[in-house]
Design a protein around this ligand. Sequence first.
Ligand SMILES: Cc1ncc(COP(=O)(O)O)c(C=O)c1O
Length: 446
Amino acid sequence: MRDHNFHAEMNARHLWHPFAHPGEMRDVPPKVIASASGVRITDDAGHETIDAVGGLWCVNLGYSCDPIKEAIAAQLASLPYYSAFKGTTNGPAIELSVELARILGEDGMARAFLTSGGSDSVDTALKLARQYHKLRGEAGRTKFIALRKGYHGTHFGGGSVNGNTAFRAPYEPLLPGVFHVPSPYGYRNPFDEEDPERLARLCLRALEEEIAFQDPSTVAAFIMESVQGAGGVIVPHESYMPGVREICDRHGVLLISDEVITGFGRAGAVSGARLWGVQPDMMTCAKAITSGYFPMGAVMASERVAEAFEGKGGAMVPTGYTYSGHPVGCAAALACLAETERLALWDCARDLGPRLLAGLEGLRRHEAVGDVRGQGLMAAVEIVSDRDARTADPARAGRIFEAAYRAGAMVRWSGANLVCSPPLTIEAEDVDRVVAALDEGLSEAA
Ligand SMILES: Cc1ncc(COP(=O)(O)O)c(C=O)c1O
């Protein structure tokens, strides 16, 4: 294997990274992860840590899931590729659609449209929402409403519904007809409201007012993460998503639940929408569908949505990807979902989540910790330079991230947030080790 210095130099010369400044690669070289086993990763300098990020919120089964590896190898040997565009398909794609409809049946999901990842799923869902209304004779419903601080991937549709200015500004103008409403984010919100239930009510009112202001007959869909992930693990009050469902129903607006992070267990339930007792009209899935072992995603649609496409007056779906229904990805997903169910990973997240959160809560004794939030095995510590003023301190978060890495845990440094989303196969002792590494990082960067 090439050594660390060679990697750092070649990386700086030739490789551009998502969400990274290409000109800073020499000064801040990325960690080169060379191998992984269980919930641990090892970099090319031989340093081993617990992967408290789960790759990128996706490696729910850890790195040693042989059934997925074997399924991929077997599928490569028998049929490495075939298209699912009109006229052809393949066995694994069909089987996967059946499994997804079964696993997400309680969420009201009945049909699958397969994609190559989360951004593909989001853009497909937005397109399907517009087409749904057109097929039903409501062609004027074209607008989308989304949450501030939301993250829905990087294509132009998802990029447009994203609620983070820094990700939007370089690519503007984005899709017209997209509007954002306040997120139920207790630590920072325009209402200065910390009580989660009252905040939920205020946010719901803002959503309904926006729909009324736009004119409901022009609104196609509201898209939200059932627990906001990349925005900093923002956990809504339990009344929020049911309230959204009610408002959407009242105004004929489709509800798209973006389950790219929360789908298949991370939040402590099979889906985030299920956690809140809500059946959306569509779900976008990716990441844990293959535990990150293969790029793969799916849009799930309810019977009601399906009816518009399949019934009288239905039409073809003129969108999709070369790798929609990729047989190797589908085989990986089938094995992954079988393991996820066998191990009931949603229960693991539900049972261990409180331990992680309690550990992180203990870190509030450090002055730099402004807020701690979590749901299931997704959690964030928000770093501030001034507790009273709640001044976000991304630079200090970066220093803590580095120190925690040295102390044995890879967390995710995202702005002023340090995020934990470990494999759901993690053991209790390793959860404690992640907290201890963050503790050490906070002490070192004080
Ligand atoms: C909620 C959500 N939606 C969509 C995406 C985009 O997924 P991908 O990066 O696979 O395109 C992400 C990625 O993190 C996400 O968190």
